[in-house]
Design a protein around this ligand. Structure first.
Ligand code: SAH
Ligand code: SF4
Ligand code: F3S
Length: 444
């Protein structure tokens, strides 16, 4: 009889992609069916995140909620892995709180999940294995992909930057880059299967440094060489390493989307220094300006944090000023969360929650106003959408444009996986609504 699995994913795209790897491993180990609800699955896997406290709280709440179900169905397996479990002592703390968890693993042994499953099948007691150190880079693609026509491709693991607020370097280990030949083969294979949007993943793709010396911009060039129409995206690029060579590649390669995600974090130089970001607000804005000059029409999106230790009203105002000056197409905004083990956690002047809340509200208001303003400019324009899905309820197809805007439209044929041009008739919210003008000819 076929066995079913349910994976709950928290955190960034890296985790989303790693859950596809977990799904691939589960499928190779006899779990063939995806279960819509954890209550009905034969195994539930939690792929956790610890970037902010609320990500951890969410996961803990949902794991705890399975206690009753596990009591009723003791044969059901519960596995917890990912960044949260890779923190020192986290596995023990979890087992103490939730002794019913069967398998615990970290980020460094996600690829060995199949072996952990086999071990669990042979023993009654829980399998808890969180290696302290990173292993060798995994070159094989055993993902079970669920995001057609988009596909995630990992190009590097880990981070060496140690931004003072960030837990990632502690739970993802040092930087390791995949071999370009393997990346090329994976991308070519995906394009041959009909995927039309490839997103390259790494915590800081500019530090991509494989043994053969290929740079990140060179990798982009090699991926696009000889290829027809598809979209290439990457994330994340660290402003400190973002420069001329990458801008030139963006200008030269039509496949690379004209949207760069460049997290700025803050607008005050004093705070940026405390964050260990290695750039000033002015340097950041100069890079954005250069990018826009060399790549006309290029947009920038960002991440911004408020309430970092010792942030004053004046510091915060500089963030608002920078947001105005940079004219972001969109921004993810966060309240600083104290992460134990990081340098910022030990800093003086932790900001009270009320102040953090008040600042995030002001920031979100500004960002939303800017996004709405950008949306309005779409009205009457023709945009190219890569169709991703069909919304049954609304009877509309949907997909994104190059800049990541969601567009909705009607179609009699099924355009999923194809590029279509729509004329925008309503752009009052964040999404665009329009009618098909033309199906792009170069889909194959
Ligand atoms: N590697 C990426 C970021 C990964 S984390 C980069 O360097 O840009 C994604 C975002 O989460 C960060 O850009 C930051 O804005 C936010 N973040 C990271 N640590 C945080 C913390 N302790 N509290 C609040 N937000 C945080
Ligand atoms: Fe965290 Fe900084 Fe590394 Fe990004 S670059 S993952 S923010 S330490
Ligand atoms: Fe991503 Fe969260 Fe880990 S943001 S790298 S899943 S801590």
């Amino acid at each position: 009889m076929s066995k079913s699995y349910h994976i709950v994913t928290y955190g960034c795209q890296m985790n989303v992609h790693e859950s596809e790897k977990l799904a691939g491993i589960l499928r190779a180990n006899g779990y063939t069916e995806e279960s819509g609800a954890p209550e009905e699955a034969d195994i539930v896997v939690f792929n956790t995140c610890c970037i902010r406290e609320n990500a951890e709280n969410h996961a803990m709440g949902n794991i705890g909620a399975l206690k009753k179900i596990k009591r009723a169905r003791p044969d059901m397996l519960i596995a917890v892995g990912g960044c949260m479990m890779q923190q020192e002592g986290a596995a023990q703390r979890l087992r103490k709180k939730f002794p019913f968890v069967d398998i615990v693993f970290g980020t460094h042994n996600l690829d060995d999940f199949g072996a952990l499953l086999t071990r669990k099948a042979a023993q009654k007691k829980a399998v808890v294995e969180v290696p302290a150190h990173e292993g060798s880079v995994c070159e094989e693609d055993f993902s079970f992909r669920t995001s057609y026509p988009n596909a995630w491709v990992n190009i590097m693991y880990g981070c060496n930057n140690f931004c003072s607020y960030c837990i990632v370097p502690y739970v993802r280990g040092r930087e390791r880059s995949r071999d370009p030949e393997h990346i090329l083969r994976e991308v070519q294979g995906l394009l041959a299967k009909g995927y039309r949007e490839i997103t390259l993943l790494g915590q800081n793709v500019n530090s991509y440094a494989p043994a053969d010396g290929t740079s990140f911009p060179q990798l982009l060039r090699r991926i696009c060489e000889g290829q027809g129409k598809f979209r290439l995206r990457f994330m994340t690029s660290n402003p400190k390493d973002f420069g001329e060579e990458l801008i030139a590649a963006l200008a030269d390669l039509p496949q690379v989307c004209n949207l760069v995600h460049l997290p700025v974090q803050a607008g005050s130089d004093r705070i940026l220094k405390l964050m260990n970001r290695h750039y000033t607000a002015r340097e950041y804005l100069e890079k954005v300006e250069l990018l826009r000059k060399r790549v006309p029409g290029c947009e920038v999106s960002t991440d911004i944090m408020v309430g970092f230790p010792s942030e004053t009203e004046e510091d915060f105002r500089r963030t608002l000023e920078l947001v105005k000056a940079a004219d972001f197409s969109s921004a993810f905004t966060f309240v600083y969360s104290r992460r134990s083990g990081t340098r910022a956690a030990e800093m003086e002047g932790q900001i009270p929650e009320e102040v953090q809340k008040e600042r995030i509200m002001r920031l979100v208001e500004l960002v939303n106003a800017q996004t709405r303003e950008k949306s309005r400019k779409y009205l009457g324009k023709t945009v190219e959408i890569l169709c991703e899905d069909h919304d049954e309820k609304r009877g509309l197809y949907l997909g994104r444009d190059e800049y990541g805007r969601m567009g909705y439209f009607k179609s009699t044929a099924d355009p999923v996986g194809r590029f279509v041009k729509i004329k925008v008739e309503d752009a009052s919210g964040i999404s665009l609504y329009g009618s098909i003008v033309q199906e792009s000819g170069e889909n194959k």
